[in-house]
Design a binder for this molecule. Structure first.
Ligand code: AMP
Length: 148
């Protein structure tokens, strides 16, 4: 048996995740581990700090379209990677918090995600990779995404 039994791959669909996906598949195979997938949709309201924004119909339908698109892409990736339905998690909330909660609920021992290698102001403002790393109770593998 390998070092890891349950690996959680966190995917967004707005950056080039392919190298991260390939690495997760490779590490899962090396460890004979079960691969799990998570995609989190962050509510558009999180983009506003006062929480007082009035939602028009356009915002509501934009949010619904983002959710539908994320769900569809996650399902497609699960099929491609042959990940069982119960190991595919589609969540709504703050990405790092949902990734932590899912990792704990599902006995994950390794989280794999991408990183753009932020520095300077970007690093101070934080990134998903940073937030996941700092609150995690299991190992985290951050795979560098090379800008094309
Ligand atoms: P970022 O810090 O937004 O550049 O994201 C870094 C990595 O965190 C991505 O390559 C994904 O692996 C993961 N990630 C970011 N956003 C999400 C999300 N909404 N759902 C799941 N994973 C995410």
């Amino acid at each position: 048996m390998g070092s890891y039994n349950n690996i959680l791959l966190a995917v967004d669909f707005h950056s080039d995740n392919r190298s991260v996906i390939d690495k997760a598949v490779e590490v899962a195979e090396m460890n004979s581990a079960t691969l799990h997938l998570i995609h989190v949709v962050e509510p558009l309201a999180y983009a506003y700090t006062d929480g007082m924004t009035t939602w028009g119909e356009e915002m509501v339908s934009l949010e619904a379209a983002i959710r539908e698109d994320g769900r569809k892409k996650l399902d497609e990736l699960c099929q491609e990677l042959k990940v069982a339905g119960q190991d595919c998690y589609f969540r709504t909330g703050k990405s790092s918090e949902e990734i932590h909660a899912t990792a704990q609920e599902s006995n994950i021992d390794l989280i794999i995600l991408g990183t753009h290698g932020q520095h300077g102001l970007q690093l101070l403002l934080g990134s998903t990779a940073n937030s996941v790393l700092h609150g995690s109770t299991c190992d985290v593998l951050a795979v560098r995404i090379k800008e094309s």
